[in-house]
Write a protein that binds this ligand. Sequence first.
Ligand SMILES: *[C@@H]1O[C@H](CO)[C@@H](O)[C@H](O)[C@H]1NC(C)=O
Ligand SMILES: *[C@@H]1O[C@H](CO)[C@@H](O)[C@H](O)[C@H]1NC(C)=O
Ligand SMILES: *[C@@H]1O[C@H](CO)[C@@H](O)[C@H](O)[C@H]1NC(C)=O
Length: 368
Amino acid sequence: MKFSVALTITVVTFFGIAIDGNHCKVVQFIFGDSLSDVGNNIYLSKSLAQANLPWYGIDFGNGLPNGRFCNGRTVADIIGDRMGLPRPPAFLDPSLTEDIILENGLNYASGGGGILNETGGYFIQRFSLYKQIELFQGTQELIRSKIGKEAADKFFKGARYVMALGSNDFINNYLMPVYRDSWRYNDQTFVDYLMETLKAQLKILHSLGARQLMVFGLGPMGCIPLQRVLSTSGDCQERTNKLALSFNKAASNLLNDLSNNLPNASYKFGDAYDVVNDVITNPSKYGFNNSDSPCCSFGRIRPALTCVPASSLCQDRSKYVFWDEYHPSDSANEIIANEIIKKLGFQRVDRNDHAPSPAPAFAPSSKD
Ligand SMILES: *[C@@H]1O[C@H](CO)[C@@H](O)[C@H](O)[C@H]1NC(C)=O
Ligand SMILES: *[C@@H]1O[C@H](CO)[C@@H](O)[C@H](O)[C@H]1NC(C)=O
Ligand SMILES: *[C@@H]1O[C@H](CO)[C@@H](O)[C@H](O)[C@H]1NC(C)=O
């Protein structure tokens, strides 16, 4: 049984190469912040947003820190796995080669990064979305010089693109009085400014060949433990949640608009706001026992900005919605990923699907 499956894959791959004359696999390129970072910030030595110490990564692989700001998998990990796509390595991974990129794609996500250049300045070093797109352009040049322009164009048009940023633009910019944006804009004009910037960025990605792209929306970020400690009651920050909702609504419209107007673009927006809100309100319904404080915490000192080796861990990590002050746990990420998959309705990608076909996004081409 196993043997015949292996044989079929070999045959299909063989024909794929024969038809194409090159090995264009379907891979992902990921742009994001700490919710999707898989190690870039570890190599930004001056960055104050790092997940390079225990107990980050405790439920992932060998249990050592790997750069993910989580105990386990990110939402993008889980969604990519379900689509049958390889997990792209971090852009700054020193062992990277062109062949690794052609086989696995690349992840530019960086903790502290935002849609806006000025977001997260407090972390000293991070890749903003513009910077990540610039790095992607460098990757394209590298791949073109390796496999030629035509094959490279095909490779980049067939790839899947994931973009997940925005919470830092609020939490580590607009809502912090130390940032200029906090007094330059109001809630509405700030969201407009984000959308204008995001639109320009998505258009650049389209001009660079991105055809199948999904943007993840924001969760109820007023309920992250860090936001709750801002009030003596420990309640969620309603204004912050409203900003997330308003971002999601505007981003959803933007993506619809771009998808309809950019040639061959299948650009989708998916958020899990409502489900996460329900998880936070009714944790036991989903098998959680805590939805308001971090699993990894430093005694009674709150907020402890990151999880550190001296922190203590909750007894059952799978029963906590939040891993640290900012980030959901692996179990919560699984719920978020399932919701986005349900909303966007994509299926597994056939790894040998070479066609850079437009719609339906994230579904195997019907031609194959
Ligand atoms: C943002 O940063 C990029 C470099 O990463 C730069 O090219 C661009 O002009 C900047 N945009 C603004 C609006 O400052
Ligand atoms: C859109 O797809 C068609 C068919 O694959 C192709 O001929 C055309 O050049 C594409 N346009 C753009 C802008 O990618
Ligand atoms: C967590 O579990 C304890 C002990 O079973 C229970 O008393 C408590 O109400 C639970 N908390 C939540 C939020 O489910």
